[in-house]
Write a protein that binds this ligand. Structure first.
Ligand SMILES: *Cc1c(COP(=O)(O)O)cnc(C)c1O
Length: 389
């Protein structure tokens, strides 16, 4: 029996009800504890209920929760300044989710095309890409399972395979306005764009006068060991979207653009909750933690430790390679055993994810410790040994 018949059945939830979280640990209604290497889908940058967020939440809630998006508020201004300073982009629009940020990016690109490129409005996006679940962002995504859903689609998206710069060249038409990609495709199974490919995309979009839109919703805010994924390639986008890790667990997204690309005028964009002080105050608290000296170095060191441990585990059990960067990693299982490992792991008190049946994804808190990584690897090894016939 499902714990609740009054929730729309939109995913196969296990019969567990969670009641508490602390750092890398979650507790269910029966008191059972779970080591969490999903962290709300790469969302809880500092783990569950980190003191920095709890303090900021209580302070801001008692001061000002919402004053309308038509007015300035202090945390909104502070977070916009911090994000622009960190990214070298110029202006921000805050959203409540990643899909809403990407929807805004698509609108901004179309607006820019209307103003500066004779009405060009098409976007080149990638096979396997994931940009959200609104009608436009589903159309922008390259998930094969979505192709037949919710017809008719929002039009104007041309899909090409990842890491193929010639395919992007061929897909560019006179009415193309932008190319939109994720530096690492998380939902597709942690498929990295190479630094060379991102640099080539930057050069190609410049040569054609197109906007480069980076969806950093999963890769941004330190996840790969740099503040933003694009820093590894030494490039800069015209438009970038953030969400997931930006709020550290609360609904907060951002659409950022250069001065040249930031062309919305009054009435083009908005949203009742956009930029509310409660959520933006948490964004400020999050960024302050991630910007502390040594934080990103810790992410890189823990990413290396996890990669090393998973590589050894793979050698022991005949799995494939470890993919990804920083603390967004996947292990190629070389067989479609991901869902059964995930289920056995959950029973054993470990939460991991299989974005595809043939791989496991690891997205722990960025302040995860070496001990927790060691514990996770031990548990995973026991689980896999226990599953062998
Ligand atoms: C999660 C995700 C989204 C969608 O964000 P939501 O907050 O779920 O709307 C978009 N793009 C990428 C790369 C994501 O990982």
């Amino acid at each position: 029996m499902s714990p609740c018949a009054h929730l729309m059945d939109i995913t196969a939830r296990p019969d567990l009800v969670f009641v508490e979280g602390r750092g890398s640990w979650l507790t269910d209604q029966t008191g059972k504890r779970y080591l969490d290497f999903m962290q709300g889908w790469a969302v809880n940058t500092l783990g569950h209920s980190p003191p920095a967020l709890v303090t900021a939440l209580i302070r801001q809630a008692s001061q000002l929760i919402n004053c309308s998006p038509a007015f300035y508020n202090v945390p909104m201004i502070e977070l916009a300044d911090m994000l622009c300073h960190a990214s070298a982009l110029d202006q921000v629009f805050f959203t409540n989710s990643g899909a809403e940020a990407n929807e805004g990016a698509i609108k901004l690109a179309r607006k820019w095309g209307a103003l500066h490129k004779g009405g060009a409005h098409r976007l080149v996006t990638l096979d396997g890409g994931f940009h959200g679940r609104t009608l436009a962002t589903m159309a922008a995504s390259g998930k094969p399972q979505w192709q037949a859903l919710f017809e008719p689609k929002v039009t104007g998206f041309d899909k090409v395979p990842p890491n193929d710069i010639d395919a992007v060249s061929r897909a560019i038409r006179p009415d193309t306005v932008a190319v939109m990609v994720e530096p690492i495709q998380g939902e597709a199974g942690v498929i990295s764009m190479t630094d060379d490919y991102l640099r080539a995309l930057r050069a190609l979009t410049r040569a054609h006068g197109l906007l480069l839109i980076l969806d950093e919703i999963q890769t941004g805010i330190g996840r790969t060991g740099k503040m933003f994924g694009f820093e590894h390639a030494g490039i800069a986008p015209d438009i970038m979207t953030l969400a997931k890790g930006l709020g550290g667990g609360v609904p907060l997204g951002a659409l950022l653009a250069t001065h040249a690309a930031s062309c919305f005028v009054h009435g083009d964009q908005g949203g009742t909750f956009c930029g509310n002080p409660l959520m933006t105050a948490l964004g400020v608290a999050m960024l302050r933690e991630v910007m502390k000296p040594g934080f990103l170095e810790h992410v890189t060191a823990m990413g290396d430790a996890l990669t090393e441990g998973l590589t050894a585990l793979a050698a022991r059990h005949g799995f494939g390679s470890v993919r990804g960067r920083g603390l967004l990693l996947a292990l190629d299982l070389k067989a479609e055993i991901g869902p059964s490992i995930v289920a056995a792991a959950r029973d054993a008190g470990l939460l991991i994810n299989a974005p595809k049946p043939n791989c496991l994804r690891f997205m722990p808190a960025l302040n995860v410790t070496a001990d927790e990584i060691g514990m996770m690897l031990d548990l995973l090894n026991q689980i896999i040994c226990g599953m062998k016939p």
